[in-house]
Design a binder for this molecule. Structure first.
Ligand code: ZN
Length: 287
């Protein structure tokens, strides 16, 4: 598609003129990388393991190995996926390096605030200022809060190759009641205090991490333009961030193939996926 058709001229002007851009990403950002969201997977493969029921402190207390095994599984799926063209375009927007390789706008700061728990932004080369809902790759002690060594965690995923993941999925499909036993994995223990290590995810009923929230608020307050990518805009309190920005008069650009709760407050809307729209936006900027 011709960038001039997909990206409104107004959006190009706003982004080109901004020294500080805050990008707020949700599940749609990672959709083109093939990372499953599990939000509407009920029955079938997971009929004996409800992902939402595992995302609570009570579930971890009741069956830590199952909860750990489930998040380890998700982390392996992310590790087996790759950043998409949208992730790469955002990293290039921040570095000011377009396809030509010429640095165009060295003063431009791009702050990435994400609701995603994957590490695809980082692997594309972006610095993530705030993981509002935590990260699959930041396990920590459930007792003292000490951060677990991420290199050791990544090494522990090595057995979950794409081939092994497919085998386990086939086993679960053949006998769904075995799913908990196939996923259950002993949790590591904290080096400092010996208690269990837990996933670094914000679970239902837990407050957002204070530092991540404060950083996100600062990014939205300081932005000259906010780009909201692939989020439904219904998960609060995160959804309030673009709303507050719009109320403060900061232009909000929405990138989403479908209208969402953000559309009502958006200055401009680009009806396309992240993997299509962000490279087009990058290409449309004067270089
Ligand atoms: Zn500890």
């Amino acid at each position: 598609m011709n960038p001039a058709n997909l990206i409104p001229h107004r959006v190009v002007e706003l982004v080109a003129a901004a020294d500080w851009i805050t990008v707020f990403t949700g599940a749609g950002m990672s959709a083109d990388s093939g990372v499953p969201t599990f939000r509407d997977t009920r029955g079938g493969l997971w009929e004996n393991v409800d992902p939402t029921a595992l995302a609570t402190p009570a579930a971890f207390a009741a069956d830590p190995g199952l909860v750990w095994g489930w998040y380890r599984w998700r982390a392996a799926m992310v590790a087996n996926a790759a950043p998409n063209a949208g992730h790469h375009a955002l990293a290039q927007l921040a570095s000011g390096t377009g396809d030509s390789g010429i640095t165009a706008a060295p003063q431009r700061s791009v702050m990435v605030v994400t609701q995603n728990v994957d590490d695809l932004h980082e692997r594309a080369g972006s610095t993530v200022t705030s993981h509002l809902h935590g990260s699959l790759f930041e396990p920590r002690c459930a007792g003292c809060g000490a951060v677990y060594d991420v290199a050791r965690f990544r090494e522990s995923l090595a057995d979950l190759t794409p081939g092994r993941v497919a085998e386990i999925e086939a086993d679960i499909a053949a006998a769904p009641s075995r799913a908990p036993d196939l996923l259950r994995t002993p949790t590591p223990r904290c080096d400092a205090c010996g208690r269990r290590v837990r996933p670094g995810i914000v679970w239902f009923g837990e407050a957002l991490p204070q530092t991540a929230w404060q950083r996100a608020e600062s990014c939205f307050r300081a932005a000259e333009v906010v780009i909201v990518v692939g989020t439904s805009g219904v998960v609060h309190p995160a959804a309030g961030l673009p709303e507050h920005a719009a109320r403060a008069g900061i232009p909000v650009v929405e990138i989403n193939p479908e209208p969402s709760a953000v559309s009502a407050i958006a200055t401009a809307r680009i009806a396309a996926t992240a993997a299509v729209a962000l490279p087009e936006l990058l290409a449309a900027l004067p270089g």
